[in-house]
Design a protein around this ligand. Structure first.
Ligand code: S3P
Length: 425
């Protein structure tokens, strides 16, 4: 089979969470255009609904968020965050600042993920959070918070955003430093909605500083998700004779590390029609099958710019001529699955020459996939979609167990694959 034609990539998951959270803080009506309907974002929406925010859908992905009357903070809520780390971490920061007594729970994968990264700094601010050994369930008991200057030991947008949301409801200025800039969608949207927020860089690193602010009501439009586009970008590059136009992709520089890797690998692609919506950069991406793919190296500052794309880039590495290296990516072990282990274990089933290291892996490429296999997804949506693209180049049969977890971020995935599929001539 060959992939040919054009698709519009569905809305960005990270920005959709932020649109739901920040619109709820305006205490008014906000039009949100192009919201992700992935299960993760619906977890966030359902939590605000429980707190009294009203949502009126105007079409499949456009809605009005009405937060005029929300927040009955007298309740002691239990909120289900499903599979979503972003929901859990951002809302722990927000609810600590707003003094909402609640317990956050999640599915089996989320319940294994580390929460110390937010519990520690929020506790330094005065938050009262109890947990199951720094994992879910996590309970927040309303307490007054103090501002903080925090040097984050990891470059994580979830940690940064949790602290910004706590700082937004605290007297004084909260400043978060990170060594490498993680995705800055919170900062962009907070500025867009009129928050008192500044960003910059000094000798201590990249910083974001926020203080108590009233957010204003403005339409928010969400671009397509580069992390979803990544599966089609790689599929287009590795499936012989393919040519795909992927439209409306957010290419915010803090997210677009995959574009740098495509340049390193000399993939035949171009960015077309670059434009801006709600201060986020967007483009259409045209990708063609590239028979000679160069190996690549992912390390250091680029990691936060492509952290979610590493599983599918690992598949790209198997098709490159030579040795590709991923290092400095230990936090991959803390995602929806331990992605270093799951990727290495899976590729070994196909006899790919892959070496697992604590902080990444090394892949010797130019590998034909030709095995009958059953693959486990471990509730990890990005693994499921990587396996699906792998199945398109595997000459054997591929069975994927738990494929439905793609709904977490990308329920439209299979429909778009089918739209592009033409049989071999
Ligand atoms: C996200 C940030 C990233 C990313 C996750 C979504 C966000 O996590 O892996 O899928 O929306 O803030 P970290 O920044 O914590 O690495």
């Amino acid at each position: 089979m060959v992939l040919k034609g054009e698709i519009i990539i569905p809305p960005d998951k990270s920005i959709s969470h932020r649109a739901l959270i920040f619109s709820a803080l305006t205490k008014s009506r906000v039009k949100i255009k192009n919201l992700s309907k992935g299960a993760d974002c619906i977890s966030t929406l359902k939590i605000f609904e429980k707190l009294g925010v009203k949502y009126e859908f105007l079409s499949e992905r456009d809605l009005i968020s009405d937060s005029s009357f929300w927040l009955n903070s007298n309740g002691n809520y239990t909120f289900d965050c499903g599979n979503s780390g972003t929901t859990t971490r951002l809302l722990t920061g927000l609810f600590s600042g707003l003094k909402i007594n609640c317990t956050l729970v999640g599915d089996e994968s989320l319940s294994k993920r580390p929460m110390k990264r937010i519990i520690e700094p929020l506790s330094l601010m005065g938050a009262k959070i109890t947990s199951n050994d720094n994992k879910l369930p996590l309970s927040i008991e309303g307490a007054d918070l103090n501002p903080i200057i925090y040097h984050s030991p990891i470059s994580s947008a979830q940690v940064k955003s949790a602290l910004l949301l706590a700082g937004l409801n605290t007297k004084g200025k909260t400043r978060v430093y990170e060594k490498t800039l993680s995705r800055n969608h919170s900062e962009i949207m907070l500025k867009y909605l009129g928050a008192n927020i500044i960003t910059g860089r000094d000798e201590q690193g990249f910083y974001t500083e926020i203080e108590k602010s009233n957010l204003i009501s403005k339409d928010i439009e969400i671009p397509g998700d580069i992390s979803s586009a990544a599966f089609f970008m790689v599929a287009g590059a590795i499936i012989p004779n393919s040519e795909i136009l992927i439209k409306n992709v957010g290419i915010n520089p803090t997210r677009s590390g995959i574009i740098d890797i495509f340049k390193q690998s000399e993939i035949d692609f171009e960015l077309i029609n670059e434009r801006n919506i709600a201060n986020e950069l967007i483009a259409d991406i045209k990708v063609k099958y590239t028979p000679e793919i160069k190996p690549f190296k992912i390390e250091g500052d680029i990691i936060p710019r492509l952290i979610d794309e590493i599983p599918i880039l690992a598949l790209l590495a198997t098709q490159a001529q030579g040795e590709s290296i991923v290092k400095d990516a230990t936090d991959l072990r803390n995602k929806e699955s331990d992605r270093i282990k799951t990727i290495c274990d899976t590729f070994k089933l196909f006899e790919v020459d892959i070496e697992e290291n604590t902080n990444g892996f090394i892949i010797e490429g130019k590998k034909d996939f030709n095995k009958d296999v059953t693959l486990q997804t471990y509730l990890d949506h990005r693994l499921a979609m990587t396996y699906y693209i792998l199945s398109l180049i595997n000459k054997g049969n591929t069975e994927i167990k738990g494929f439905e977890c793609t709904n977490t971020s990308f329920p439209e995935f299979l429909d778009l694959i089918n739209k592009l599929t033409v049989s071999d001539i």
